[in-house]
Design a protein around this ligand. Structure first.
Ligand code: 1GP
Length: 255
């Protein structure tokens, strides 16, 4: 039997095996054939997880996306929803995001109340996740849509207290997010400080555009990095990040 997604993340984090997820925004997929090719490329490049979701879904649904992905890949698929309408039982897990960096009750608990009964009935793996938005240079979609203020870039202590509060409230993952398409990724100083205070796995995403950005985030303490826009704009980035992570694994074996 396959291990659930949270346990895979915990095990990898404990063994210091760095991991890599590709974010697929259903609205950015032109057709089924493109999605099939993307799934095949994720397989070839040993991507650990596929996340799917978006701030707005106007043309595609997560159900359509996950159904097609499941025909072409065995990589675990996690829902990374912009709101409670972005759900399908066909995924392997749902990141139940609580936007703990903000003070908008709708994204701290409101969306969760609306979906709780149907989530429980679905039987899908639910992973409570402390979602921390970090200021990134411009107004990101998540900042605008959620109507929340991100954490200041130059205040690692505030980021650390926020993430730790999420962990103490029982959340099983922390996600440090610069925002999809962010001008700048999450600062290294914040990743490092947050990692020091946590015992749950740390996900970092938003604005990662090169293998160097990805490597820096992992070296600072991210257990899993998430890349969406960077791969949409530069498809070869997937292979570059994959090679970088494989090289880190080889380095660990020889140390
Ligand atoms: C967004 O962290 C993810 O929620 C990925 O961001 O699209 O900027 O890579 P990018």
């Amino acid at each position: 039997m396959q291990m659930n997604l949270l346990n895979q993340l915990i095990k990898a984090s404990e063994q210091q095996q760095k991991q890599f997820a590709v974010l697929i925004d259903p609205d950015k997929i032109p057709d089924e054939n493109s999605l099939q090719k993307l799934a095949e490329r994720c397989e070839e490049n040993q991507v650990d997880y596929i996340f799917t979701g978006g701030s707005l879904l106007n043309t595609r649904t997560v159900d359509w996306t996950v159904s097609i992905l499941k025909q072409h890949t065995h990589i675990p698929i996690a829902l990374f929803p912009g709101d409670c309408t972005q759900f399908t039982e066909k995924a392997d897990a749902l990141l139940l995001l609580s936007l703990v960096s903000g003070r908008n009750p709708e994204y701290l608990i409101g969306q969760h109340v609306k979906s709780a009964v149907s989530l429980r009935k679905s039987g899908i793996e639910i992973i409570p996740t402390a979602y921390c938005l970090v200021e990134s240079g411009t107004t990101t979609s998540v900042e605008y849509i959620s109507n929340t203020r991100p954490l200041p870039r130059n205040k690692p202590d505030i980021a650390c207290s926020t993430a730790l509060a999420g962990e103490l409230l029982g959340m099983q993952l922390v996600y440090l997010e610069a925002g999809s398409g962010a001008k700048r990724p999450v600062p290294i100083s914040i990743i490092r400080k947050v990692k020091e205070c946590l015992s749950v796995p740390l996900i970092v995403g938003g604005g990662i555009r090169s293998a160097e950005d990805a490597s820096n985030a992992l070296d600072a303490g991210a257990d899993l990095i998430v890349i969406g826009n960077g791969i949409e704009k530069n498809p070869s980035l997937m292979a570059e990040v994959s090679s970088m992570i494989q090289a880190k694994k080889c380095l660990d074996i020889h140390q």
